[in-house]
Design a binder for this molecule. Sequence first.
Ligand code: AMP
Length: 215
Amino acid sequence: MMRNILILLGPPGAGKGSVGGELSAYLKVPIIASGDLLRENVRKAVSLGMKAKKYMDSGELVPDDIVIKMIGQKIAEPNCSKGFILDGFPRTLAQAEMLDGIKVEGDSFNVFYLKAEDDFLIKRLSKRRVCGNCGKIYHLVNLPPKREGICDICGGSLVQRKDDTEEVIRKRLEVYKDLTAPLLKYYRDKGYLHVIAGDISIDYMMNAIKKIMKW
Ligand code: AMP
């Protein structure tokens, strides 16, 4: 059966998680967010999480073998049979090659590059808050919760991610440029890449994607 595979690529803070959540609701296909899955493993203090934590806290990438196995298992679940959205994966060439390996004839495959400059991303990320319970993403100025510190959706408490401090944000941007940005050429050469401005609004990105996909 044909799967609709959508990949959100871009630096931290470009809006992958926010757009991914909307796309998932719109298409009724699951979103697989590698960062969320890793954080869940850290919270549960299972072995995968213990291995991943030190990399995540310092803004480095978690080793490919760990992430590839984790994502491979998710993609193989029955709820992904019609398609899925990837947020934050692939982030290295090895991860992109793994994804090529699971593609089958007839799969639709599109990569959206959400593009934004460093200064913008640093500003946006330092004002980001997330619900500690359901993961919903807020911004203190652009998308504040109705009640300060409380999630509109589930009433959970909003927290600042440990890696959303300026120092770690800068490291994550550097890692993005070194290891993830080469994927832009990789996907452009294959004809899968669509470039979308990541510094306007979530609505803008959603509309741009809908237009490209002719939905
Ligand atoms: P994110 O929530 O996408 O910003 O990811 C948070 C952190 O999780 C990253 O800074 C990495 O340490 C780790 N991480 C998430 N996705 C990946 C991936 N595909 N490969 C390696 N590390 C990842």
